[in-house]
Design a protein around this ligand. Structure first.
Ligand code: SPV
Ligand code: MG
Length: 433
């Protein structure tokens, strides 16, 4: 029997370096490609541009590849133990950094099954990450961006979204990364908040900034980012208008709209019962969801129903009853909102809803119950966490203090320590020179 050779890869961008590894592998026997699934990749870095099926269809047609199998973990060991190859091939660029732990484990496993690890000199200048960087600088298309949110929900334990209200804040969401235990942690997408869109225009959050104006702002974000966007659709307005909103958003590559079950003059939810706010009937809001779903053109656009029961002092049971009805009406997810500090009602809602509905995505906005960590939300079955207003709230005090400081001192010298340097601002955006 021919010897078996295992090669794990993402294969998002096919380049000569990968072809070289496959070619080298086929000298040792039949090449099995362990193709990393979106789930495996999503745990350590950004999702690949192509989904699993697309990547599989490319790889299985490469000369020398005999079989493609899914690799569900960044760690090679489960597949090595399952397929027991005679050889495993890898580029020699895994000896340091995050990958080292997986190299050590792979060596151990191959030793156990009596196989051999062969390291191929890594092709200089041909690194997938470099290609990904160049693709990012070209940008994305509305269609690819739109679909990404569903892919993320299906492949990540929780999708992490941060508010953005300008090109610059979009870039912060796009590019900020921290490394924790070898994993690259970043935001998965942007929240286009009605509160921060209104506030940054000096207007109250009462649907006074219309969709056309908000789309102008969103265009700035769309131009300099590639991550998916969730749009805060307020009440969705009149049903007839909502149908147009859905199509406008889809056309621009927005992944989802969240509409709240309120009627009349909308007030920000965080006012709670201190201002008059009226909830829609279940029937009325279900009709709006149905009309939106009917209006949408793509398969992947999501209409998420936001339940305001807890904001309006009603019970968790009322929220659950509405959630069930909205899902039946076609909602692709439910956002449960609360301004209570403890988060107890949110926890109760998630527990009950998840017990009876295993799949409909749950979205939470922990602005007030902000002590709860993402891991706890994962355990509660939450799929998306939205940090809904933080970049605006961070920037306002910084700007206000600098303005006051200049007035106080009659010059800007003292305020400069709180400002980014002129050099840094000139270099912040590529292409300024
Ligand atoms: C927003 O960010 O505009 C929201 C969330 O709708 S909240 O402000 O909490 O109502
Ligand atoms: Mg809002």
């Amino acid at each position: 029997m021919k010897k078996q050779v295992y090669i794990g890869m993402t294969a998002d961008v096919m380049h000569p370096g990968l072809i070289n590894i496959i070619e080298q592998g086929s000298k040792y026997g039949d090449v099995i490609i362990g193709l990393l699934t979106d789930k495996a990749i999503g745990e350590y870095k950004r999702l690949p541009y192509l989904n699993y099926e697309q990547r599989e269809s490319v790889v299985k047609n490469i000369k020398g590849v005999v079989k493609v199998v899914p690799q569900n973990d960044w760690n090679y060991v489960p597949n090595l133990l399952e397929y027991k190859p005679d050889f495993m091939l890898h580029g020699d660029d895994w000896a340091n950094g995050t990958q080292k732990q997986f190299r050590d484990l792979a060596f151990q496993a191959m030793n156990e099954i009596g196989g051999e690890v062969i390291e191929i000199p890594y092709t200089k200048g041909l690194n997938s990450s470099d290609f990904i960087e160049s693709i990012k600088s070209i940008g994305t298309t509305p269609e690819i961006r739109l679909k990404t949110l569903k892919r993320l929900i299906n492949s990540k334990p929780i999708v992490r979204i941060l508010e953005s209200h300008s090109g610059l804040t979009g870039l912060i969401v796009e590019k900020t990364v921290v490394e924790k235990a070898g994993k690259k942690i970043e935001f998965d997408g942007m929240w286009s908040s009605s509160l921060t869109d209104s506030t940054s225009k000096g207007k109250p959050d009462i649907e006074a900034v219309d969709i056309t104006t908000r789309m102008h702002g969103l265009t700035d974000i769309l131009e300099c980012t590639t991550k998916p966007i969730i749009y805060d659709g307020d009440t969705g307005g009149k049903i007839e208008h909502f149908e147009f909103t859905v199509r406008t958003l889809e056309r621009n590559g927005i992944s989802a709209v969240i509409i709240e079950d309120k009627v009349g003059l909308k007030k920000n939810s965080l006012f709670g019962t201190s201002v008059p706010q009226t909830q829609d009937t279940i029937e009325g809001f279900s009709n709006k969801i149905r009309a939106g779903k009917h209006a949408q053109i793509t398969e992947d656009f999501m209409i998420i129903a936001r339940i305001e029961s807890l904001i309006l002092g009603k019970s968790v049971n009322d929220a659950l009853e509405r959630a069930r009805a909205y899902v039946i009406a076609g909602a692709d997810g439910v956002m449960i909102h609360s301004k209570e500090k403890s988060g107890e009602e949110i926890i109760q809602f998630c527990k009950h809803f998840r017990a009876e509905d295993k799949t409909t995505p749950i979205i939470v906005v922990p602005s007030t119950y902000n002590h709860i960590k993402e891991d706890e939300f994962i355990d509660l079955g939450v799929n998306i966490v939205i940090y809904a207003n933080h970049l605006l709230r961070a920037s306002y005090p910084a700007m206000f203090n600098v303005a006051k400081q200049i007035l106080t001192d009659g010059r800007s010298l003292e305020a400069s320590k709180d400002c980014m340097s002129i050099k840094d601002i000139l270099e912040l955006i590529p292409g300024t020179k």
